[in-house]
Structure formats: structure tokens, C-alpha cells
Design a protein around this ligand. Structure first.
Ligand code: HEM
Length: 200
């Protein structure tokens, strides 16, 4: 079912629905449009990023092995919504005022963390093609793609540092990320122990 071409197509269209909804809603938002769009696109960026990271542990469940086909697209959608989120801020809010941008990116930890997350996703997006995997070799490609976890940490930190009001959502994402990182560490040591046992 997961490997079915139609399932993938439906998934792909579903990933575009947040964008379609925003386009539809755009003209109707009368108050605080800037804030609404910034928050909406930020939310979808972090959701896609966490979802892409969740695939690695989930695909260990035999019935969910086919999820691997969706990991790359989820990561690319995270980058796409992140780019939209960043561009919206710089184009509509700041209007490419270099003085504000410089100030944001030198003294405001909230913006530094957001930019760090987006920049960390860039090499992953650029090397997402089969050609790049072949050129880099599987091991190097996999090592580079661990940056996705760092992008997740920076993204969640950005959200935690937003700190305008008491909001538990960033803590939920921080918790999810901690579980995913924890799972990664457990699998790593499990694999190492197995290799040592077979070698010895
Ligand atoms: C160029 C990089 C970025 C800039 C300039 C930026 C800017 C912003 C701004 C202005 C807000 C709205 C703050 C508010 O109204 O309180 C925001 C919120 C947010 N951003 Fe970013 N951001 C960037 C990258 C990212 C990335 C890469 C992620 C995710 C990985 C992210 C996730 C979020 C989240 C989750 C929120 C809060 C949404 C909510 O309140 O529901 N941002 N960001």
C-alpha cells in the first residue's frame, strides 16, 4: 500500500494542501496577517521536519518499511515551507532592510536559531537527488544527512525562544525530537553491540 504509486501521489498532494489553504485564506485575513502567515508557515516547517525525522525509526516496523519512500519528500517539503516562511518574513515584514536583517542575525537569538535551521537544511535539499547520492557515496551522504537532526534542534530552539506567551506547543516538538534523537542513539549502540558480537 505504501509503495503504491497512487498512495505516493495522494501524499504529495496532501503535502501541498497547507499551501493551498494559505493561498485561499490570504485575502480573508484582515488583522495581523504578518503574524498569522509567519506562524502558519513556521508550524508547517517544523511539522514536516519532525515527520521526516520520524521515518527512520518508524520504518523499522516491518509493515511500515515502505515509509522510506516518503522521507526525502517530507524533508524537501520542510525546506520548501521553511524557505517560504523565511522569505515571507524578509520580503513582507522586513522588506530586505539590511540593517534590520543584520541586527536580527547578530543579536537576536530567535532569528539566529531560525536561520541556522534553514541553512542546515539547504545542503540536504541540494543533495537530495539520486545523482548526488551516487556522486557522494552512500556513507558520506548518510553522514551529511544527519544534519537534519541539527536542523531539528535549531528549529525547535527557534520556536522555544519565540517566548511571547505561555505556549506548550514548542515543548511538544522538543519532546518529540528528544524521543527521535534518543531512538537514534539506542539503534546506534544496538548495531555496534551486534557488530562486536559477530566479530568477536
Ligand atoms: C530565515 C529563517 C527564519 C526566519 C527569519 C524566521 C522568522 C520567524 C518569525 C518572524 C516568526 C513569527 C514570530 C511571532 O510572530 O511570534 C517565526 C515563528 C516560527 N518559526 Fe521561524 N523563522 C525562520 C526559520 C524557521 C525554521 C527553519 C523553522 C522550522 C524548522 C521555523 C519554525 C518556526 C515556528 C514553529 C514558529 C512559531 C509558530 C507559532 O507560533 O505557531 N522557523 N519565525
Amino acid at each position: 500500500m505504501l509503495k503504491n504509486r497512487w498512495t505516493y501521489r495522494i501524499f504529495f498532494v496532501a503535502c501541498l494542501l497547507p499551501l493551498a489553504y494559505l493561498a485561499w485564506k490570504w485575502g480573508q485575513i484582515r488583522i495581523n496577517r504578518l503574524e498569522y502567515v509567519a506562524r502558519y508557515t513556521g508550524d508547517w516547517t517544523i511539522r514536516f521536519l519532525i515527520a521526516s525525522l520520524a521515518i527512520t525509526p518508524l520504518r523499522r516496523i516491518p509493515a511500515l518499511n515502505g515509509l522510506i519512500l516518503y522521507r526525502k519528500s517530507l524533508g524537501l517539503f520542510a525546506f520548501f515551507y521553511g524557505l517560504l516562511h523565511g522569505l515571507h518574513y524578509y520580503q513582507i515584514d522586513v522588506q530586505w532592510d539590511w540593517a534590520i536583517m543584520k541586527e536580527d542575525l547578530t543579536i537576536r537569538r530567535f532569528f539566529i536559531a531560525g536561520m541556522a535551521s534553514l541553512v542546515l537544511m539547504l545542503p540536504l535539499a541540494l543533495t537530495s537527488t539520486n545523482w548526488a547520492i551516487r556522486k557522494m557515496g552512500g556513507k558520506r551522504w548518510q553522514a551529511l544527512h544527519r544534519l537534519a537532526y541539527l536542523a531539528g534542534v535549531a528549529g525547535v530552539t527557534h520556536y522555544l525562544w519565540q517566548g511571547k506567551s505561555i505556549n506548550y506547543d514548542p515543548l511538544i516538538y522538543a519532546g518529540l525530537l528528544a524521543v527521535l534523537l534518543g531512538a537514534r542513539v539506542v539503534f546506534y549502540f544496538h548495531k555496534r553491540a551486534r557488530t562486536m558480537m559477530t566479530a568477536g
